[in-house]
Design a protein around this ligand. Structure first.
Ligand code: AMP
Length: 425
């Protein structure tokens, strides 16, 4: 009799379990839409070099885990092991203008030839977002907040949000040198993979899953201390925004994440749910720079992905709910020094109150911001200029009427929430 069970590391998902999947997917779509992310679907099958070039040749995923094969035309193809590379390929193919930002949401099956275990599968499902085109700490913070907002909505409360930086440019080279000098004298005590990584990619040692190496890694110097002023400042700004928005996090001094393309901010959510075993990382992401074959310039972005199966394992029984996606309702504009962080804080509050908000993140001219406000589809623009910031005020501009008014901050928030029929939370 032919075997009817699914392949090892793969599963059939039956109702009512599928309803839990739909709840998760709908909540993700709804919450990420509040931050301006719209869905992009890319093929599951890509040319192998799409992944090799972006994920990095010396990563576990590329070296040991990819499902690659030659098709009848002799092309090397791969079932996607993660979502970011395919999204970048699609965006590079479509083209992105300098200074333009694309925000996309994606989801679907991923394939990795790992040893199956509880919470570790060969076909698993991820949902993720990518904000592509800008290198800006505000965007990193917004992505992290979108993830935490989503986890709040589905009820993942026993969690820790870990962040770190991998620096950029020369800082990365210098840090790699310091790490090499630290690990080389201890090479004999490390696993074979890490001995090889000493020369090929020393960062990967910090992410080694072999318990033999954990004691040595724990004593490695914190990466952040090896960075120069620019990388430090970028990370500090991300932290400053998270602090201002009331986000709790822990700096994890050795967090690097498994893929090579990360630089600057990296983050991970670990869940202390009793339903999860050793595989307790439920979501991870960070800022990256990806160079694709055939593309003229590397593409920068920030994003994250979470594993659907692992998240469902961590959860109890969530109720189901319908999705609601639309254009931005509010555009928050920041004009002048020191106003950006106030704008981001305000945007986060409004999103938490259920409004879809598009927020300025690079303090362009008023004219450019108003153009973006019109494009975003928002009905209201909330303007924080220097005067408003100094007087704890807000200017509300009604974009479909030619009027605006300036009110004290709290009063303005109430007016905005009432305009959209939301309670003042
Ligand atoms: P990564 O793409 O490795 O950064 O993983 C992001 C998230 O995907 C993890 O936090 C897990 O939730 C999930 N994930 C990664 N690999 C697997 C796997 N083999 N089986 C199930 N979930 C996975």
């Amino acid at each position: 009799m032919a075997k009817l069970e699914p392949l090892p590391g793969t599963s059939d998902v039956w109702p009512p379990e599928t309803e839990r999947w739909v709840f998760l997917e709908n909540t993700a779509r709804r919450v990420f839409a509040l931050y301006g992310f719209a869905e992009l679907r890319t093929p599951i099958l890509e040319r192998t070099d799409v992944f090799v070039r972006s994920i990095g040749t010396d990563t576990e995923v590329v070296q040991k885990e990819m499902y690659s094969f030659h098709d009848r035309g002799g092309r090397s193809l791969t079932l996607r092991p993660e979502g970011t590379a395919g999204v970048m390929r699609a965006i590079a193919h479509q083209g992105i203008m300098p200074g333009e930002e694309k925000r996309v949401f994606y989801g679907g099956p991923m394939f990795r030839g790992e040893r199956p275990a509880a919470g570790r599968k060969r076909q698993f499902h991820q949902i993720g977002i990518e904000a592509v085109g800008k290198c800006n700490p505000a965007v990193d913070a917004e992505c992290a907040m979108a993830l935490l907002h989503f986890l709040d909505e589905i009820g993942v409360v026993q969690r820790r949000f870990l962040i770190n930086s991998r620096g950029s440019g020369e800082d990365r080279k210098r840090a790699a040198g310091v790490l090499r000098d630290f690990f080389r004298p201890q090479a004999e005590g490390m696993c074979e993979d890490c001995q090889r990584r000493l020369d090929s990619n020393v960062w990967r040692i910090l992410d080694c899953k072999n318990p033999q190496c954990h004691g040595i890694i724990a004593k490695a110097p914190p990466i952040l201390e090896m960075f120069g002023a620019d990388s430090q400042a970028f990370f500090l700004e991300v932290r400053r925004i998270l602090d201002a928005c009331g986000v709790e996090y822990q700096v994890a001094p050795h967090l690097v994440r498994g893929l090579d393309y990360y630089q600057h901010t990296v983050f991970e959510v670990v869940c202390d749910s009793p339903h999860l075993g050793a595989q307790n990382a439920i979501a991870g992401g960070g800022r990256y720079e990806i160079e694709l074959p055939g593309s003229r310039k590397p593409i920068q972005g920030v994003g994250f992905a979470f594993g659907v199966e692992r998240l469902l394992m961590a959860l109890g029984e969530p109720a189901s709910e319908a999705a609601a996606i639309g254009p931005a309702e509010v555009y928050v504009a920041a004009v002048g020094d020191g106003t950006l962080i106030i704008a981001l804080e305000l945007a986060e509050k409004l999103r938490r109150a259920g409004l879809r908000v598009c927020c300025e993140n690079e303090q362009r001219s008023m004219k450019a911001q108003m153009r973006s406000a019109d494009k975003s589809g928002a009905e209201l623009a909330l303007i924080i200029g220097q005067e408003e910031a100094a007087g704890d005020q807000l200017t509300i501009k009604y974009l479909r009427e030619s009027r605006q008014l300036t009110l004290p901050g709290n009063e303005a928030k109430t007016v905005v929430l009432e305009w959209f029929g939301r309670n003042n939370a």
